[in-house]
Every structure is written in structure tokens, then in C-alpha cells.
Write a protein that binds this ligand. Structure first.
Ligand code: ADP
Length: 211
């Protein structure tokens, strides 16, 4: 059973039957010419998740692949606009993203998600949710000092001033992935090199064959 599935959601969906699609996942994959997969970017705020994910998206698009980016801040404006930053809301935030990402993968897309997702258990839950579909953890490993120096949204400054509570890396933990599929170090390589590293990984696993 999925660790996400609460008693409440089980009850709500017990009479709902999954409708078999007329176009199968394999037919979609064949039409796209590549596999569907989730690239799950994780890292501190300001580490470069959105920047690298968007650079990967652009490279994939230019290669003729079907791809998309689910960005943390954007999703919080819409789908997850009702969620805050309590522990339970953070879990629900990740659960919904995981479910949406799963639909994108079923549609045959290479979907990149850019969320801090600080807790290993939550990332593990999404991996579990994807079942046999590729879940690729991309650790955007940037030292806190570098993120804080970049501070692209001025959030570290606010967190240091006590204006934002429970800020990851300051007064809330970030659990680094132990065995990410892709380990990106943005302090020592530029955005294009990082994006290329991700695209090279997809090729090495034959998830894409486009050149
Ligand atoms: P996150 O999505 O992890 O919060 P962002 O991608 O929004 O991070 O911000 C990262 C910031 O760091 C951007 O302003 C980006 O231009 C900058 N940056 C500087 N060097 C790099 C690099 N080598 N890789 C990625 N981002 C970098």
C-alpha cells in the first residue's frame, strides 16, 4: 500500500473504478520516441533546481522530446495554493506533485520537478508512487553558503532576520540524498554543464535516444 494513502482517501475512492485509456502508455512512448520519466530535482532554496531544470527542459525540447517543468513556486500559486508550510502541508504538497508527475509520465513526458523536498521519506514515497516508471532523483548539491550568497529571492536574508520561520537550511533540516541517480554540483560547474550532465544520464539509460 502506498504510504500516502490515508484511511480517508481510501474511503473516498473505494467506489471509483480506474478507467482504462484508449491510447496505451506504450503507444504514447512510441509516438514520442522516448520514455516518460520524472526528474525529481531536490536541493536547498537557491541551489539552482529551477534554473537547471529549465535548462534541461530547453535542451530536451530542442532535441524534439516532450518535456515539462513543474516548478515549486508556480504550483504553490495554483494546485497547492491552499497549503502552508506545516509538516503535514509539506507532505501533502509533495504527495500532490508526485501524483501530477505520475500523470505526466503516463502521458509519456519527461517531467522535471523543482521542489526543495527536504525529507528523504517524502522523496521515497514519490519513488514508491511511480512504481515501475523511472524516478530519477537529481540532487542539486550546492553548499548553504553559496545558496545564501546567491539568495535570488531574498529569502535567506528574511530567514536570518527571523521574518521566515522553519526555513530549510536555517532552522529546518535538509536531508541530503544518499544515493541520488544524478549528483549535480553547481558551485563548480555552470548551468549548461549541469543540464548536459542530466541529459547525458537520460541517454546513458536509453530513456532518450535523440541526438
Ligand atoms: P532553486 O530553484 O533551487 O530555489 P533557483 O534556480 O531559483 O534555485 O536560483 C538559483 C540562482 O543561482 C539563480 O539566480 C541562478 O542564476 C544562480 N546560479 C548561479 N550559478 C549557478 C549555477 N552554476 N547553477 C545554477 N544556478 C546558478
Amino acid at each position: 500500500m502506498s504510504p500516502y494513502k490515508t484511511i480517508e482517501t481510501q474511503d473516498k475512492s473505494s467506489d471509483v473504478v480506474w478507467h482504462q485509456a484508449s491510447v496505451s502508455h506504450l503507444e504514447r512512448v512510441a509516438a514520442n520516441g522516448h520514455q516518460g520519466a520524472v526528474l525529481w530535482f531536490t536541493g536547498l532554496s537557491g541551489s539552482g533546481k529551477s534554473t537547471v531544470a529549465n535548462a534541461v527542459d530547453k535542451m530536451l525540447h530542442d532535441l524534439g522530446c516532450k518535456s515539462y517543468v513543474l516548478d515549486g513556486d508556480n504550483v504553490r500559486h495554483g494546485l497547492n495554493g491552499d497549503l502552508g508550510f506545516s509538516d503535514s502541508d509539506r507532505v501533502e504538497n509533495i504527495r500532490r506533485i508526485g501524483e501530477v508527475a505520475k500523470l505526466f509520465v503516463d502521458a509519456g513526458l519527461l517531467v522535471s520537478t523543482a521542489f526543495i523536498s527536504p525529507f528523504a521519506a517524502d522523496r521515497q514515497m514519490v519513488r514508491h508512487l511511480l512504481k515501475d516508471k523511472p524516478f530519477i532523483e537529481v540532487f542539486i548539491d550546492t553548499p548553504l553558503e553559496v545558496c545564501e550568497q546567491r539568495d535570488p529571492k531574498g529569502l535567506y536574508k528574511k530567514a536570518r532576520a527571523g521574518e521566515i520561520k522553519q526555513f530549510t537550511g536555517i532552522d529546518s533540516a535538509y536531508e541530503s540524498p544518499k544515493t541520488p541517480e544524478i549528483h549535480v554540483k553547481t558551485a563548480t560547474q555552470d548551468v549548461q554543464q549541469s543540464a548536459q550532465q542530466v541529459v547525458d544520464y537520460l541517454r546513458s539509460k536509453q530513456l532518450i535516444t535523440q541526438v
